[in-house]
Design a protein around this ligand. Structure first.
Ligand code: SOE
Length: 383
């Protein structure tokens, strides 16, 4: 694993727990964790259960006893590490968004395609696909239970940046993160909306806003941000992304991503409306899925609260007895499970780097649209 921050903790949990609950064709061994700060990396290794540490990711890529590289660093280093790892014959799991630009994402997708021809696979970590209620929402749509899909509403709302004193962490710097709320959490909204509906965005019209233009420079990182210094620096990314879009199956969508939605902690809400029904999901209530069946007899209609905690639901048979719920971290175990099953089975895991590239193209189209005063902008590659 390259990186040891918040996502490093989440992925470590996934690698450690997945083989203990799921029957996997191979058991991941947590061999090496890499970080630039030797002391912090050693602490992370101890805490999360990695056997060895290194301060240069090239050490991981060079080792013969390492088969998988998991990239959980800020976006600016994804392209270099992922391509080197794939060329060295390592399977790669890379955190979202795939890269900071379409150009980088394209290079990664090309490297992944070449590697796949040699049986070496790459996957991008859009983990929320693996929340059982979200996977089940996709299954319901695919079964035709919603009829023709007409609308999707996806809002990803957090508030950890409301306070202007929160310092300039890497997620607020374009050269490190690529974009702000747009790429950090808007990318999740795009991926999950496309995953659940089975449709891809073809054009968008959007706007971006940066409410707090300067913040204290970071003194020491911790969690999503850290402690502030006395100096100020420029915020170079968006605080809010809002856009509408058309999808290739005829649906239209509205999207909102912001880390400044006062009072909303991790509210990732998706609603899909179809000719025969609708579904409604909120990550803050992730064991539930709302399902409305418009074909039910009049008088009996209404959103049903499905508790997605039964052995019949995706991933659930590996966990607890009926009715016992899961949390945020389980998505990472499901991601590790799916990755290992596909790689060992010689199958391309999804979402692939090509899927990550397509999301990157949507992000770029939103940026172009916002720059041009919200003009409709085609997603490159789909027109
Ligand atoms: C911060 O906004 C963040 O940690 C994102 O970077 C993650 O992708 C998301 O899962 C939770 O929020």
């Amino acid at each position: 694993m390259i990186g040891y921050g918040f996502m490093g903790a989440a992925h470590s949990q996934g690698w450690r727990v997945a083989p203990r609950f799921f029957d996997l064709p191979a058991k991941p061994e947590m061999t090496l964790i890499v970080g630039r700060n030797a002391e912090n990396t050693a602490a992370a290794a101890e805490k999360f259960g990695w056997a060895e540490t290194a301060t240069d990711w090239r050490d991981a890529v060079a080792r013969d006893d390492i088969d998988v590289i998991d990239i959980v660093t800020p976006g600016d280093s994804h392209v270099e590490i992922a391509i080197a790892a794939l060329e060295a014959g390592k399977h790669v799991l890379c955190e979202k968004p795939l890269a900071n630009t379409v150009e980088e994402a394209r290079a990664m997708a090309e490297a992944a395609e070449k590697a796949a021809a040699r049986g070496v696979y790459a996957m991008v970590g859009f983990t929320y696909r693996r929340v059982p209620a979200a996977t089940y929402a996709r299954d319901l749509v695919a079964s035709g239970a919603l009829g023709e899909i007409r609308q999707v509403r996806a809002n990803y709302l957090q508030d950890w940046l409301v306070d202007p004193e929160v310092p300039l962490a890497w997620r607020l710097q374009k050269h490190l993160a690529g974009s702000g709320s747009l790429g950090d959490i808007g990318a999740h909204a795009i991926d999950l909306a496309q995953f659940i509906t089975g449709q891809k965005l073809t054009s968008v019209s959007g706007m971006l806003e940066t409410f707090v233009k300067q913040r204290p420079i970071l003194a020491e990182a911790s969690g999503l941000s850290g402690t502030a210094s006395d100096e100020m620096g420029d915020v170079t990314v968006d605080d809010l992304a809002l856009f509408t879009g058309r999808l290739d199956g005829g649906a239209v969508g509205s999207f909102e991503a912001t880390r400044m939605s006062t009072g909303r902690k991790n509210a990732f809400r998706i609603e899909v409306s179809g000719s025969k029904g609708a579904i409604s999901f909120d990550l803050e209530n992730l064991n539930e899925l709302g399902f409305y069946d418009a074909t039910a007899p009049a008088g009996q209609q209404g959103f049903t609260r499905i508790l997605v905690t039964e052995p019949e639901h995706p991933y659930m048979e590996a966990w607890w007895p009926t009715g016992h719920m899961l949390g945020y971290e389980h998505g990472f175990s499901h991601q590790a499970r799916d990755f290992v099953v596909d790689v060992m089975g010689g199958t391309q895991p999804t979402p692939s780097f090509a899927d990550g590239l397509q999301v990157q193209q949507v992000l770029e189209a939103v940026e172009h649209s916002a720059e041009s005063g919200s003009a409709w902008t085609a997603i490159s590659g789909t027109d």
